[in-house]
Design a protein around this ligand. Sequence first.
Ligand SMILES: Cc1ncc(COP(=O)(O)O)c(C=O)c1O
Length: 426
Amino acid sequence: MGERLAIVGGSPAIPPGTIKPWPPIDDSDRNMVMDSLEGGKHTFGPNCVAFQEEFAAWNGNRYAITTNSGTAALHMCLVACECGCGDEVIVPAYSWSSSATCVMQHNAIPVFVDIDFDTMNIDVDQIEAAITPKTRAIIVAHLHGRPVDMGAVTAIADKHGLQVIEDACQAHGAKHKGKKVGTLGHCAAFSLNQNKCLVSGEGGMFVTDDEVMHKRAQALWSFGEEVGPTGRRDYHVYAMGWMYRNNDLTAAFGRAQLKKLDHYLAAQKENAALLTRELEGTPHLILPSEPPDGEHNWYEYTIRFDMEGLGHAKNARAFRGKIVGALNAEGLSTYIWQSFILPAMMVFQQKDGYGHGCPWSCPHAQAVDYSPERFPMATKHTDWHAGVNTPLRAPNDSEVVKLVAAAIRKVMANVDKLEDLPEGAA
Ligand SMILES: Cc1ncc(COP(=O)(O)O)c(C=O)c1O
């Protein structure tokens, strides 16, 4: 292809203003939020109660608790599963930071397992080797909206008597064997921040089908009290508690968005399928795939650049930066979702969460090895990937997707021209 790349002065493949922002806002959002504002109850109010019930019904859970973040909901999962001081919790080596820091929030110890390069999720075949007598739970993250093979995970968990926590923060509506994520383990956390498929500004949702887990999570969520904010509280603290409750305005926005979620997810799925068809066969591009026995929600369309084929295996990050810079110049805002694998992050390398080396120095803990070399697939993925999300979300349609594909094909067809450019933006 002879087109001149935009990064060296050519015309961008995607004209400015083409890609519509996320999330789409209409009168249903405005009315719900304004009604809450004028309704006089801005703390945990009627919209919060309704939002929990509606989300539980939508996802197919017995219980849901609306929280102020996905991270709060993850912490609640740890407590629901009774993970405590010195217990080990298995976590994928590549995920959002709080998939792992939630473990330390309850004085437990994260034990990382490498990812499977193809699925980008925890390598299920490596989980058993990471189990020790101290292991209490497995956290799986359905990353980018691709569901983990939960049949295999629950078989391992059942064999060893472990709890399974789903970090479903990115995976609203994704399914494994026809069942929605969040119903496949013992409890789960969803995020509702502005990037997510279901948004409420910031926010989260804890879900479970287990009554006892629900009670434990609820106590942590509201000051360690046994009665929730709508009951007859005695204001007695029975257990360690935080203040993780949602507020009525945010819940009102979330409720309005939940009504549109199925439509959003269908649009995203269609757009992702079209992008795959458009990009198939593009040299040096590794495309994401739909799991054989599940449904991706396409929260993020994650591409990888074949750095070995491109001759940049040794300086993958730097060359990926040039490719991403070129894509951005074409009008496609791709981003690097995580630049570091989790075990390489300072808090794990220094093993100091609360000062004095806690929780790793706690007498209940045993030594764990966070050497980054133990996680080669997570490292390779981190260095090779770039993500696309907003252009595939409603109201962006097939016309936008075709332009996105054209931008990616254009950059990959001219990738040799990036060799001599100064290092890019990523
Ligand atoms: C996989 C994953 N886990 C946890 C979180 C934390 O969610 P929140 O930002 O709502 O706390 C996020 C979102 O950023 C996420 O993507």
